[in-house]
Design a protein around this ligand. Structure first.
Ligand code: F6P
Length: 549
């Protein structure tokens, strides 16, 4: 195996560490004052998307060093490796080709000497044919009724993408259609959906890359039984389809391979909403809109592959991520979309970022000493301003933040959207600028407070500021801009992984818990598993059994 110097041992890393120390006394508000061109300098555009990254603790020198880091870690070459189907997922010996799913040029992409594009195109055509037939009512349910309730059964990457995208694109839904998601093994997830729907008008999509995931298979079996109880075994063919890479397991489950939409092992679960995993999206918003989403992602892909590193949106966002996480020790990242329809984006990005980069072994098979994936969290603004923003402004940890801002709302009611916009712009400015103790005291004085009150309150009312944020503006949240946004984050996460020298495309860290659950299950059902647990787990098993009796 080709070994390189670990990234944190390189000269450029050391240089960045030293450079970071020089920021102790640097205030962003001063940087803005000194350089009236700062906003322009640190801004990137792609079509209708603008990324303002000027409210960061950076100077031109910082960017120069960070770009040197990217160059030395061969980011450009790694991007090329991904786009050309190299097996960069080395622990699973797989290519990583979610970009092929939206390769709108249809230019060939080879894996093991085979062009994958014809198969991808064939599945897209099958999705179009099927979704149009369901939407037009030519593909009907067993009793001849139109299928208007779509239920996606899947978890993780087989759930979060379609769920997020369908919420984001609510304005594009067919008027007579409804969509539901069952992911959790908690029976409540199933029960709540089944209580709302009518078997005659329901289409279940069992979405699972592996088709072995216990949650999805258990939920699918429950839904299948519910349908068969209502309409009989023959109804399954008209009410169940599967999306998977595992034809054998799909057949074993009792779904005709004719009703299966295929995808491939070169598509990671959390990167799969562009594949047939997005079938629910195509059904509800139409295949044309689904393809517009692919077009948007493709625009970002082309930019990512071709733009120089210094002008490359995902690369710059990734370098800023590394800058804060590894040099300032800021181990969290907030994503705050100021759009109700994007409310599930943070949950989606949580899997994308933390499942991809939450790794502690490098590609060179060594334990890593530097920080990798941050803790990502978020929620829709302005709601979150009234929950965790207190901590963002005055907490002892600094949380770098991405604000996502659509200039135009789908619901321009009264002045709602202007108030929303004013809020997001204010948050970015407030986090950056802060309010000194002196400024707070002056304000208190103006408000008529006594000197004692001022003395007591001025620190509480101050804001240290200098808190970084990116502001990502799109014209409107539509299928195209959504595609751009999601692809932007996918590539950001990839570049961070390249810098950290990790494999962003496996997820072995989820296995241990799954394994242990399988050993605890028989014990809850009163048969011994033969596995010895610790005293806490044993006591909890016994307590729960007692409570259930
Ligand atoms: O448990 C993690 C995971 O493997 C994710 O990576 C994946 O998105 C999810 O489970 C669902 O897997 P599948 O699509 O194979 O059911």
């Amino acid at each position: 195996m080709f070994m390189r110097k670990e990234v944190d041992k390189t000269r450029i890393w050391k240089k960045l560490e030293k450079h970071c120390k020089s920021f102790r006394k640097v205030e962003m508000r001063d940087l803005f004052q000194k350089n009236p061109q700062r906003a322009e300098k640190f801004r990137l555009n792609l079509e209708n998307m603008t990324v303002d990254y000027s409210k960061n603790r950076i100077t031109e020198r910082t960017m120069k060093y960070l770009l040197t880091l990217a160059k030395e870690r061969h980011v450009a070459e790694k991007i090329e490796e991904m786009f050309t189907g190299e097996k960069i997922n080395i622990t699973e010996n797989r290519a990583v080709l979610h970009i092929a799913l939206r390769n709108r040029s249809k230019d060939p992409i080879y894996v093991d000497g085979k062009n994958v594009m014809p198969e991808i195109e064939a599945v897209l055509a099958k999705m179009r044919h099927f979704s149009e037939a369901v939407r037009l009512g030519t593909f009907k349910g067993h009793t001849g009724k139109k299928l208007t309730n779509i239920v996606n059964i899947g978890i993780g990457g087989s759930d979060l993408g379609p769920k997020m995208a369908l919420e984001a694109l609510k304005k594009y839904w067919a008027k007579d259609m409804n969509v539901y998601f069952i992911s959790n093994i908690d029976g409540t997830a199933c029960a709540e959906v089944l209580n709302k729907i009518d078997p005659e008008t329901t289409l279940f999509i069992v979405s699972s890359k592996t088709f072995t995931t216990i949650e999805t298979l258990t939920n699918a079996k429950t839904c299948r039984k519910w349908l068969v109880d209502a309409l009989g075994e023959h109804a399954v063919a008209k009410h169940f389809v599967a999306v998977s890479t595992n034809k054998k397991e799909v057949e074993k489950f009792g779904i005709d391979p004719e009703n299966m939409f295929e995808f491939w092992d070169f598509v990671g679960g959390r990167y799969s909403m562009w594949s047939a995993i997005g079938l629910s999206i195509a059904l509800v918003v139409g295949m044309d809109n689904f393809e517009k989403m692919l077009d948007g992602a493709y625009a970002m892909d082309k930019h990512f592959r071709n733009a120089p590193l210094a002008e490359n949106i995902p690369v710059i966002l990734a370098l800023l991520g590394v800058w804060y996480n590894d040099f300032f020790g800021m181990k969290t990242q907030a994503v705050i979309p100021y759009d109700q329809y994007l409310q599930y984006l943070p949950a989606y990005l949580q899997q994308l970022d933390m499942e991809s980069n939450g790794k502690f072994v490098s590609l060179d098979n060594k334990y890593i000493k530097y920080a990798t994936a941050p803790v990502l969290f978020g929620g829709a603004g302005t709601d979150v301003q009234h929950s965790f923003f207190q901590m963002m402004h005055q907490g002892t940890s600094v949380v770098p933040c991405d604000f996502i801002v659509p200039a135009i709302s789908h619901n321009e009611i009264g002045n709602h959207h202007e108030i929303l916009l004013a809020n997001v712009l204010a948050q970015g400015e407030a986090l950056m600028r802060g309010k000194t103790v002196k400024e707070a005291a002056a304000e208190l004085k103006k408000a008529g407070k006594t000197p004692e009150e001022i003395k007591f309150l001025k620190k509480f009312k101050s804001f240290e500021g200098n808190r970084p944020s990116n502001t990502i503006v799109v014209k409107k949240v539509d299928p195209y801009s959504l595609g751009m946004l999601v692809a932007m984050y996918e590539h950001k996460v990839f570049v961070e992984g390249v810098i950290w020298n990790i494999n962003s495309f496996d997820q072995m860290g989820v296995e241990l818990g799954k394994q242990m659950a399988l050993s605890i299950l028989p014990e809850l059902q009163n048969s011994a598993s033969g596995i010895l647990h610790d005293s806490s787990t044993n006591a909890l098993i016994n307590l729960i059994k007692k409570l259930r009796n």
